[in-house]
Design a protein around this ligand. Structure first.
Ligand SMILES: [Zn+2]
Length: 375
């Protein structure tokens, strides 16, 4: 039987861990097995999620302990964070991580912290909206804010950043319109008032959101930096109607030289995203988040994607966050789902074993290496 396990994973989209103290009781551990932000879902309904049940079973086998959250937490506490992370990453063979630090929890490790904990190289991704929020707070005028924002993204490649990332789907939606400087300035003035009153700001005004994404598209082209866009499902903050990747058509067509990495298989719009990936050279399709959350639905989804999209433009990632266990679980589901799909294609005579092996190498590592131009 073919074995894809020795192919390492280049995890091209993930997030930092939280300090262990933030996830070391059952409630705080359990909370990260859902995209829901509702405490009732966390407490009452997570235990009946398939993704959670399998996680507990697999982790209890891995740690040789009882299949309970309490036993798993006690077992993991015997290892340092770095030792435990190394054991998990080695087990599922994750060989490199591209990390988006922009999700803003005071408990999250920074880049140096992740470098110290991971047993493999990690490279930073720059999140645009978070950067813009920092600049709104720091800069007195719209012109100064845009100047500062532009200066930071213009230096991204030189500072080791390997991709830009936009969460505009979460803020004002993917139907991005032509840049309008006056509308952007007006939004800045409103947001600056809020920032001055509260010391914080959440950038969710369309004029400014669209404007900074356009600036980033121009800079991405100049530096040959791919841009990752959140598409499809996420937490309840995202209005799923405006997260359909089909809304990006104008951007895709107006920026043919910018490589656009559309995240999360656009789930549930993975057919729409498959189509975009098949017809536009600059669209790439990521499988993360749909893996692991689609669980037993993963092989059928991948089978449909591989039925239509070029194998050279499909990428695997974990989109893991908060705990090393999430990386491990996503990688296990991803390895299982892709091998199920490929083995079925071999059995039915659509792929040779050699072609299937190459497809797995492409999806787990080679495509990301080509796209992000990482040594
Ligand atoms: Zn993510």
């Amino acid at each position: 039987m073919l074995n894809f396990d020795q192919i390492p994973i280049l995890d091209h989209h993930a997030h930092p861990f939280l300090r262990r103290a933030a996830t070391d009781d059952p409630a705080r551990f359990q909370r990260w097995f859902t995209e829901s932000t509702d405490p009732m879902i966390h407490q009452r309904y997570v235990p009946s999620l398939l993704v959670f049940r399998t996680a507990i079973r697999w982790l209890s086998e891995f740690l040789a302990c009882d299949p309970t959250v309490e036993a798993i937490l006690a077992a993991r506490a015997r290892f340092s964070e770095a030792e435990y992370t190394a054991r998990l990453f080695t087990d599922v063979n994750i060989g490199m991580v591209l990390c988006d630090y922009g999700y803003g929890s005071a408990d999250a490790y920074d880049h140096a912290g992740m470098q110290a904990l991971l047993p493999c190289p990690v490279h930073p991704i720059l999140r645009l909206e978070r950067l813009a929020e920092e600049m709104i707070i720091a800069e007195p005028t719209f012109e100064r804010m845009i100047e500062a924002f532009h200066a930071r993204i213009a230096a991204a490649r030189d500072q080791g950043v390997v991709a830009l990332k936009s969460i505009i789907a979460y803020r004002t939606g993917l139907q991005i319109e032509a840049p309008n400087r006056d509308a952007a300035r007006e939004d800045f003035i409103r947001l600056k008032e809020i920032a001055e009153q509260t010391g914080r700001v959440r950038l969710a005004r369309k004029g400014l959101c669209d404007y900074i994404v356009h600036l980033a598209l121009v800079e991405a082209e100049r530096q040959a930096l791919p841009i990752q866009f959140h598409t499809g499902f996420g937490d309840s903050d995202a209005d799923l109607r405006y997260a359909n990747p089909l809304h990006l058509r104008n951007v895709i067509e107006a920026h043919p030289a910018v490589q656009l990495v559309l995240l999360h298989a656009g789930w549930p719009f993975f057919r729409e995203l498959t189509h975009l990936t098949a017809i536009y050279p600059n669209v790439w399709m990521d499988l993360s988040l749909a893996v692991p959350f689609a669980t037993v639905g993963i092989p059928a989804m991948i089978r449909e994607i591989l039925g239509m999209a070029p194998f050279h433009k499909v990428l695997f990632a974990t989109d893991a966050f908060t705990m090393p266990e999430i990386y491990w679980i996503a990688a296990r589901w991803g390895r299982w789902g892709l091998s199920q799909a490929l083995i079925e294609l071999i059995k039915q005579g659509f792929l040779t074993e050699e072609e299937a092996m190459q497809a797995a190498r492409d999806i787990f590592w080679d495509n990301a290496q080509r796209l992000y131009q990482i040594e």
